[in-house]
Design a protein around this ligand. Structure first.
Ligand code: MRU
Length: 365
C-alpha cells in the first residue's frame, strides 16, 4: 500500500545487501517515517518485542527473516541444535500471535539438515516465500470480504460504515492487511465506505496506525475513543465490524487486541455482523478453547501509565495516572466463537466453528 503516494511493503531485504533486513519503524508512525535495519537474531527479537514491527502476520515474517539472519551469521558446526535454540528464543519475544511459531517451525522444517550456503539459500527462499504467501493471503481475504461490503451496499445504497479495532491493516501484515483488505478493495471498486477507527489504548494502534494508513489510501475514516462503539451501534451508525486476529482456535475462538471482546458483545446485542479477517497462518490447529489455552501477553504497565504523542520537541511521553497508582496491561482478549458472525480467510468465508473451518482447510483434519 502507499505512503506519500509511494508503494511500500512493511519488510524487505536491503537493496544490494541481503545481510540486512529493513522494516518500517512503527513506533514512530504517524509522526515520523523511519526505516529500521535488522542485522542479527537479537535485532529481530528486539524489533518484535519492542513493537518496531507488530501485527501477527508481520511478526511471523520478521521471525522467519530472524532465523535466516541467524543462519547467515552462524559460525559453528551444529546448525540443527542452533536452529532449534534460535526458534525457541524468537518464539519467546511475543507469546500470543501464533504466526510466530508457524513461521519459525516452518523454517526449521525447511532448513534442518542443510549446511553452509545450502542452509542460507533455503532459509532465504523460505522467508521470501512466506512474505509472498502473506501478501497473497491478504489479497484473497480482501476479495472474500469485499462480497460482504458489496451486499450491505446493495441493500442500503449509501455509505457502508465499518468499525475496526487496533491495526489489522497492511502495517500489521506485508500489504493490504486482514481487516482492512476488504475495505481497501471496496474503496478501490468505488463503493463508498467510512471506517470508525477505535483508538485502541494503551498503544493506540488504531489512532496512530490504522488512521494513518487509511488516510494515505484516501479512505474516509473517523477516530473514536475505545468506549464509543456501543453507542454508535445503538444508533445505527455501524453496518459491519471487521477485526483481525492474533490467534484463532480450531473451534473459532478469536484472540485479538484487548477490547475486541467488548466490541463483539456490543455488536451481538445490536444484531450487527461481527467478522474476523485472518490468514490460515493465524489459526492454531492444535487448540480448541481460546479462553483457557491461548497465552495472553502481559506488557509493561508503563504503556498504560504513560501516553505517547507529538509534542513541540518531537515524539514524547506524558504521565496519565498518579505516581502511586498501579497499572495492568493485558495485550489481548478472547472473543468466543458464538459472538463471531464469520471468519474471512484466504479460502473464503466460513462460520466460526470446527466443521466450517475444516471444510475450508480439509488437509488440517
Ligand atoms: O499488539 P499488536 O499491535 O501486534 O496487535 C495486533 C492486533 O491485535 C491486531 O488487531 C490484529 O488483528 C492482528 S494482526 C492482523
Amino acid at each position: 500500500m502507499k505512503i506519500n503516494g509511494k508503494h511500500f511493503h512493511t519488510i524487505w531485504l536491503k537493496k544490494d545487501n541481503t545481510a540486512i533486513v529493513q522494516v518500517i519503524d512503527q513506533r514512530k508512525l504517524p509522526f515520523q517515517f523511519e526505516v529500521f535495519n535488522l542485522k542479527s537474531k537479537e535485532d529481530i527479537f528486539f524489533a518484535i518485542q519492542e513493537m518496531v514491527v507488530r501485527g501477527a502476520p508481520l511478526i511471523g515474517v520478521t521471525a522467519a527473516y530472524g532465523m535466516y539472519l541467524a543462519v547467515l551469521n552462524y559460525k559453528g558446526n551444529d546448525i540443527d541444535s542452533f536452529l532449534i535454540e534460535t526458534a525457541e528464543y524468537l518464539k519467546s519475544s511475543r507469546p500470543t500471535a501464533v504466526n510466530l511459531a508457524f513461521a519459525v517451525d516452518g523454517f526449521l522444517d525447511e532448513v534442518k539438515g542443510k549446511n553452509g550456503e545450502n542452509a542460507i539459500q533455503a532459509g532465504l527462499y523460505f522467508s521470501e516465500s512466506l512474505k509472498q504467501k502473506e501478501i497473497d493471503f491478504s489479497d484473497k481475504i480482501g476479495e472474500a470480504g469485499l462480497s460482504l461490503i458489496k451486499e450491505i451496499y446493495q441493500q442500503k445504497n449509501s455509505t457502508v460504515n465499518i468499525l475496526t479495532h487496533c491495526n489489522a491493516g497492511w502495517l500489521a501484515c506485508i500489504d493490504w492487511g486482514t481487516a482492512t483488505a476488504p475495505i481497501y478493495k471496496a474503496h478501490h471498486s468505488g463503493i463508498p465506505v467510512h471506517v470508525w477507527v477505535d483508538e485502541t489504548r494503551p498503544r493506540n494502534q488504531g489512532a496512530r496506525l490504522t488512521a494513518f494508513e487509511l488516510g494515505e489510501e484516501g479512505v474516509p475514516h473517523t477516530v473514536i475513543p475505545d468506549n464509543a462503539g456501543g453507542h454508535l451501534m445503538q444508533h445505527g451508525m455501524v453496518d459491519l465490524v471487521i477485526v483481525g486476529s492474533d490467534r484463532t482456535t480450531l473451534n473459532g475462538d478469536v484472540a485479538n487486541k484487548i477490547g475486541t471482546y467488548l466490541k463483539a458483545l456490543a455488536a451481538f446485542d445490536n444484531n450487527i455482523p461481527f467478522y474476523v479477517a485472518l490468514p490460515s497462518s493465524s489459526i492454531d490447529w492444535k487448540i480448541e478453547d481460546g479462553i483457557t489455552e491461548i497465552p495472553i501477553e502481559e506488557r509493561n504497565p508503563d504503556e498504560v501509565a504513560l501516553i505517547e504523542g507529538l509534542g513541540k520537541e518531537g515524539i514524547t511521553k506524558v504521565r496519565l495516572i498518579p505516581e502511586r497508582s498501579k497499572a495492568k496491561n493485558f495485550g489481548f482478549d478472547v472473543t468466543p466463537a458464538r459472538l463471531v458472525s464469520g471468519l474471512i480467510t484466504e479460502r473464503g468465508i466460513c462460520k466460526a466453528n470446527k466443521t466450517s473451518i475444516l471444510k475450508l482447510f480439509p488437509k488440517k483434519k
